[in-house]
Every structure is written in structure tokens, then in C-alpha cells.
Design a protein around this ligand. Structure first.
Ligand code: HEM
Length: 168
């Protein structure tokens, strides 16, 4: 194995690990962490969900940036290896994949910059003895989770488009 193919493999693995962190993290938050936080006593659940959101957001920003960087490098390595001779399907799949990735990043920015600050401030206003989830906080979480559901679905589609690229 020459240096170029070693770097290409390392980059591809970093791409797959970043994908597993972001798309896997979304699925875990949607299907495991979210329902678990709602099964706790309201005061504990409200704090646990907000704390989990903060960790998820930090990991997601790292994964999104790594996905874009390793994705571009994936393309450049493949271009170097194939002398820029890609099948027509390669370009169309990559274009659709990039558009969906940009849509996912836009949805994620709405979660992080529009709804997260509201969730954080409403969470800070809730006392330890609270008996039920306040409606304004629930409303903000519902919007955040709706974007999470859309992104988890798009993430699965982009994953398959990625597999479609590597087979070409
Ligand atoms: C949620 C985002 C993403 C997911 C889930 C994802 C997933 C994947 C997967 C599963 C593969 C196949 C790896 C293999 O087995 O060979 C792949 C390859 C690839 N990805 Fe991504 N990817 C994402 C974002 C991106 C972005 C943003 C770019 C471009 C900037 C990109 C460019 C590529 C390229 C060029 C390949 C093909 C490598 C080759 O030619 O073999 N990906 N991706």
C-alpha cells in the first residue's frame, strides 16, 4: 500500500466514524435518550434532556465539520486515483448527497441557534419541585425534536447515497 492509499483509507474511516457519531447520535437521542428522559420525574427529566442536548450539540458540530472536510478529501482522493474520470451517476449522486447534507446542516442550525437558547432559558427557570413539564418548554422541545426526526431520516438517505458512491 502506498502513502496515498493509506491516507485515503484513514480519511474514509474518519468519514464513517463522523457519520456514525452524527447520524447515530441523532437516532440514539430520538429513540433512546428522549423517551428515557420523559420517563423520569419532570424536574429530573427536564435537566437530563437539556444536559444531553448540550453534549449532543458539541459532538454534532465536530462531526459536521469533519464530515465536510473528509468528504471533500474523499472526492479529491478518488479524483487523484481515477484521473477525474467519474461515471455520470457519481456526480449526480454526490450532488444530491451534498444538497441533503446542506439541508441537514440548516435544520441543525435551527435546532442549535433558534430553539436551543429558548430551551436552555426555560429549563433554567424551572424549579426542583416542578410537578409537570411547562407547556412553553414542551412546545420548544417539540419543534427541536421535529427537526431531529427530519434530520435522522435525511441522514439515513445520505448514508445510502454514500454507499452508492463508493460502489461506483
Ligand atoms: C450526513 C452526512 C454524510 C454521510 C452519512 C455520509 C456517508 C458516506 C458513506 C456511508 C460513504 C461510503 C463509504 C464507503 O464505504 O466507501 C461515503 C462516501 C463518500 N462521501 Fe460521504 N457522507 C456524508 C457527508 C458527505 C459530505 C458532506 C461529502 C462532501 C463534501 C461527502 C463525500 C463523500 C464522497 C466523495 C464519498 C465517496 C468516496 C469514494 O469515492 O469511494 N460525504 N459517505
Amino acid at each position: 500500500m502506498n502513502l496515498l492509499s493509506i491516507l485515503q483509507s484513514v480519511n474514509l474511516w474518519l468519514h464513517l466514524i463522523s457519520m456514525a457519531v452524527w447520524v447515530g447520535g441523532m437516532a440514539f437521542f430520538l429513540f433512546v435518550f428522549g423517551p428515557a428522559a420523559h420517563s423520569l420525574a419532570p424536574a429530573d427529566g427536564i435537566r437530563a434532556l437539556n444536559h444531553g442536548r448540550q453534549s449532543f450539540q458539541t459532538l454534532s458540530w465536530i462531526a459536521i465539520n469533519l464530515l465536510f472536510l473528509t468528504g471533500v478529501l474523499n472526492f479529491l482522493f478518488r479524483a487523484a486515483a481515477s484521473g477525474l474520470h467519474f461515471g455520470t451517476a457519481y456526480y449526480s449522486i454526490l450532488t444530491v448527497k451534498l444538497l441533503l447534507f446542506l439541508a441537514m446542516t440548516f435544520h441543525y442550525s435551527l435546532q442549535a441557534f433558534k430553539y436551543a437558547p429558548r430551551i436552555a432559558s426555560l429549563t433554567a427557570q424551572t424549579g426542583d419541585g416542578i410537578e409537570s413539564w411547562p407547556e412553553p418548554l414542551l412546545a420548544a422541545w417539540r419543534k427541536w425534536f421535529t427537526l431531529l426526526k427530519i434530520n435522522t431520516t435525511l441522514g439515513a438517505i445520505v448514508l445510502f447515497l454514500g454507499l452508492g458512491l463508493s460502489g461506483r
